[in-house]
Design a protein around this ligand. Structure first.
Ligand SMILES: [Zn+2]
Ligand SMILES: [Zn+2]
Length: 464
């Protein structure tokens, strides 16, 4: 006899025991939903993309996007080439940012991916036109505004709802309810408030299956304290400006740039640091302008506050070597966050390194292969490889943590609150996932399961 209990299937297409091409497939009785379409931040082979071929025989009806970071949207044109009829759904703010972020992804694909590894035309949608077109076909919903998805092979609609994830402006966790069964995907989440945006506002009721990000699954809250990091950053800025130097802050264009601008502005207003001129520009500025358009409609600490209210001067892109920051103590916020070769932060770093009284403040995660990692771990006056160049640095360097991801205690607090029957850990390295799994097993009720999924493998969950 066939079971009448509601059952779902799922398949993690990327982001299993790593922060990679994040993407999860869910099959609710014939309605197929993909959550996110990420591009791996480092891998540049076919494995940089979600393993979409592992669901070739599955129904696919909609692609829901949690937020616009490249590790969640960078494979959108790749998936759309394979699955052109997917409904695309996200928040309005994420839709607008996605369009800009994809322009940057196009460049990255052209410059870094070995196209010969792919079947013909697999990457043909990485164009300016597609990035623009995508923003016109997205359906958008606000937080806590439910919408339905019913697939061509589905019998019963899946009710979906976005919840504010507190990670970056526009970011969401997604609740899917179907046939008496509930699934929640956290996307990337921060439960604590940041300077620009409040912390996550997630459902508090029981959830059957919880897909939970694990970036900081091995990190306690004191390691990630914003208050401590802010105090240390103020001290660093004061020390450098007191010796007549300028501070360079390499920063990701989406999320970090807006947050660090707010942090510096707040410190200036409180008189904790001098009112040095702030230089910004490029893609970070473009994204800030989009974020500002939603200053009343997307949650923030001070409704109506605009990044544009913070006095900023454009980095002179035509001749960055002649910028006023070389004659007057200033703060320069420039992408990329990891100082990838060719970017403004990379170019400026070469000049900064020569100056004993200058300083570079690292505020985000550095991939061990990135130039930013090498510089942030370098010793003064000792040779190291910065991209293709052997260099020495004279300037001061300091690392700060302003993580937009929840710490271990906060993740555990959420898991304990919703008591999932099945907890699936994603978006973290092996150490983070295993550490979070070990702690979660202590707080979950009997009979609950924890899964560290394998990429491309099909799993099932049946409600008792
Ligand atoms: Zn993210
Ligand atoms: Zn992510």
């Amino acid at each position: 006899m066939q079971s009448q209990k509601p059952m779902i299937h799922f398949n993690v297409l990327g982001g299993a025991e790593q922060i990679g091409a994040n993407s999860t497939f869910l099959n609710f009785g014939g309605t197929g939903i993909i959550v996110d379409a990420g591009l791996h931040p480092k891998n540049r082979s076919v494995h940089a993309f979600p393993s979409i071929h592992s669901i070739e025989d599955e129904p696919t009806d909609a692609l829901l996007i949690t937020h616009a970071h490249t590790d969640h949207i960078g494979a959108l044109p790749y998936i759309l080439k394979e699955q052109p009829y997917l409904r695309l759904i996200t928040t309005a703010l994420t839709r607008d940012i996605t369009s800009v972020m994809l322009q940057n992804t196009n460049k990255l694909i052209r410059e870094q991916i070995d196209i010969s590894q792919f079947k013909q035309d697999a990457l043909s949608l990485y164009t300016k036109e597609t990035a623009e077109y995508i923003s016109t076909v997205f359906e958008t919903y606000s937080y806590k505004e439910p919408f339905e998805i019913i697939g061509r092979r589905g019998l019963m609609p899946v009710k979906c709802t976005f919840f504010d994830a507190g990670h970056i402006p526009g970011s969401s966790g997604i609740l899917c309810e179907w046939n008496g069964l509930s699934v929640f995907h956290t996307g990337d989440v921060q439960f604590k408030k940041q300077t620009l945006i409040p912390g996550a506002s997630f459902p508090k009721h029981h959830i059957d299956v919880l897909f939970c990000e694990s970036t900081n699954g091995a990190k306690e809250s004191e390691e990630l304290s914003f208050a401590t990091s802010k105090a240390e950053l103020a001290k660093f800025i004061n020390a450098i400006s007191n010796q007549n130097g300028s501070i360079l802050i390499p920063s990701f264009a989406l999320g970090k740039t807006q947050e660090i601008l707010c942090i510096i502005f707040e410190m200036q207003q409180k008189g904790l640091i001098p009112t040095l001129p702030i230089f910004s520009g490029g893609m970070g500025k473009k994204i800030s302008a989009i974020v500002d358009r939603y200053c009343y409609t997307s949650p923030r600490i001070k409704p109506g506050f605009e990044i544009a209210d913070i006095p900023q001067i454009d980095i002179p892109y035509d001749d960055i070597e002649k910028g006023p920051y070389f004659s007057t103590p200033s703060i320069v916020i420039a992408s990329s966050g990891m100082m990838n070769p060719g970017t403004i932060s990379y170019k400026l770093a070469h000049s900064w390194m020569q100056k004993r009284n200058y300083g570079i403040a690292f505020i985000g995660w550095q991939d061990p292969d990135a130039p930013g990692y090498a510089l942030s771990h370098s010793e003064p006056n000792q040779k190291f490889m910065f991209g293709p160049h052997a260099v020495k640095r004279q300037c001061a360097i300091k690392n700060f943590r302003f993580s937009a991801h929840a710490c271990k205690e906060d993740l555990l607090g959420f898991i304990e609150q919703v008591q999932p029957k099945l907890l699936v850990l994603l978006h973290g390295d092996q150490e983070a996932c295993e550490s979070l799994a070990a702690s979660a097993s202590n707080i979950m009720h009997d009979g609950m399961k924890i899964l560290l999924p394998m990429q491309g493998k099909k799993y099932s969950f049946e409600k008792e």
